[in-house]
Write a protein that binds this ligand. Structure first.
Ligand SMILES: Cc1cc2nc3c(=O)[nH]c(=O)nc-3n(C[C@H](O)[C@H](O)[C@H](O)COP(=O)(O)OP(=O)(O)OC[C@H]3O[C@@H](n4cnc5c(N)ncnc54)[C@H](O)[C@@H]3O)c2cc1C
Length: 378
């Protein structure tokens, strides 16, 4: 390796993992190009994310603008039967997928961020990687970083025996603009991170997040809720993951894709299962979405000059609030390993892989432990 500054890096996948990798490695002096298969800007998608230090450090170290965040001062634990619940002081910050995406994009040049580019193949040569895209374009790089997400085709190809494992429950999720909610409902949820066990198991939580265009102005934020519900694998799960057009989806349905009959069921279930304020919140959300909870643990993240990063490697449960932070940590650690091992790319990747495998394993274990804790509490 002739030094990290001259390293040509191709990143396949331009969501948060790909952007964290791009920003961190460019900050280390590499020449980075990011290729994202989605043809248009992805700013108006995604829901809430709890802010973690790994992400804010990466942003600060790379001179990113301030991440738009909301905050709470307390946690409140409610019971489905109603009542005031139990409040404890616990300040926390929240953001949205869109706010993180915009902040990362602000420090990664348009010239090197390529939309509508699907990587279809790569070959690991001795001293470089050849990458092929769906439109026939090819490029060669010193390092290929695959950040192609939870259903990564690269992971399937490199680790064919590793399969996502369904955890036995799903998250119904929703966001509701403050302006579309009654003011007393907004006041109830504002400044607090609120949890409630559901009557037949599972639980729901809510916090406020930035609104459209990552706005944090009062009146423009969104209420963000996540409701964990047990769903048996097989016919029940298959039916739940069938969208409004009758198409069977792999693991999630986005806003507007859940059939109206199912939205009605979710609203009815909320009345039966949740604290009255949470029932109101869910019922006021016209377009809830569904995400099945899965675990992925990989035994390897480096394959010659190809690496898996973010959800393409480990998939951790949302209770850890760590998916975006893990992507940031993967990216920052890779930059550090490359800068600290100026003579051998192989050695730098090996140091990085060892560290990130440990981090990934401990985060997935932590998520499984948190998931089983509330499953036992039923
Ligand atoms: C649109 C969107 C919204 C999200 N919203 C939330 C949210 O609200 N809350 C939350 O906690 N998490 C959300 N996530 C997931 C979150 O981004 C990840 O869990 C985490 O940040 C790690 O990101 P990742 O980049 O590794 O994977 P992902 O975010 O899944 O990104 C993978 C990216 O790779 C692209 N891609 C896949 N195959 C190819 C290919 N062959 N060539 C080029 N590009 C390819 C995909 O289009 C996608 O943009 C969202 C993800 C996406 C894509």
């Amino acid at each position: 390796m002739s030094g990290v500054a001259s390293l040509r890096v191709t990143v396949a996948g331009g969501s948060l993992g790909g952007l964290c990798a791009g920003v961190a490695l460019r900050g280390a002096g590499c020449l980075v190009d990011i290729f994202e298969r989605t043809p248009h800007q992805m700013t108006s998608r995604g829901a809430g994310i709890v802010v973690q230090d790994d992400l804010t450090s990466l942003l600060q170290q790379n001179n990113a603008p301030t991440l738009p965040t909301t905050s709470c001062t307390h946690r409140l634990y409610l019971e489905a039967t109603g009542g005031q619940g139990k409040m404890i002081p616990m300040p926390q910050h929240f953001t949205s997928w869109e706010a993180i995406y915009r902040t990362l994009r602000a420090v990664f040049s348009d010239e090197h961020y390529h939309l509508g580019k699907t990587m279809t193949d790569f070959t690991n040569e001795e001293n470089y990687v050849n990458v092929l895209f769906a439109d026939g374009q090819t490029c060669s790089a010193d390092l290929l970083i695959c950040t192609d997400g939870i259903h990564s085709k690269t992971r399937r190809r490199l680790l064919p025996d590793i399969h996502p494992h369904y955890a036995g429950y799903v998250a119904f999720r929703g966001t509701l603009p403050e302006g579309a909610a009654d003011s007393d409902l907004v006041n109830f949820f504002d400044e607090r991170f609120i949890f409630c066990n559901a009557r037949s198991g599972g639980h729901i939580l809510c916090y406020l997040i930035p609104g459209d265009d990552a706005s944090i102005e009062r009146g423009k934020r969104r209420l963000n809720w996540v409701w964990y519900v047990h769903v048996k694998e097989g016919a029940d799960l298959t039916a739940l993951l069938t969208d409004s057009q009758g198409q069977q989806r792999e693991s999630s349905l986005g806003p507007g894709e859940v059939p109206q009959s199912r939205v009605k069921d979710i609203h009815t279930q909320a009345e039966q299962e949740l604290h009255p304020q949470f029932a109101r919140l869910v019922q006021a959300t016209p377009d809830p979405f569904v995400q099945s909870i899965i675990d992925v643990v990989v035994p390897q993240m480096v394959f010659g000059r190809v690496c898996l990063l973010g959800d393409a490697a480990f998939v951790v449960r949302p209770h850890t609030a760590a998916a975006a932070a893990k992507a940031a940590d993967d990216a920052a650690s890779l930059a550090t390993a490359l800068m600290g091992s100026a003579t051998s790319l192989e050695r730098a990747l090996s140091i990085w892989e060892q560290r990130q495998l440990e981090t990934g394993r401990s985060l997935t274990d932590y998520g499984v432990m948190l998931g089983s804790r509330w499953a036992r509490a039923r």
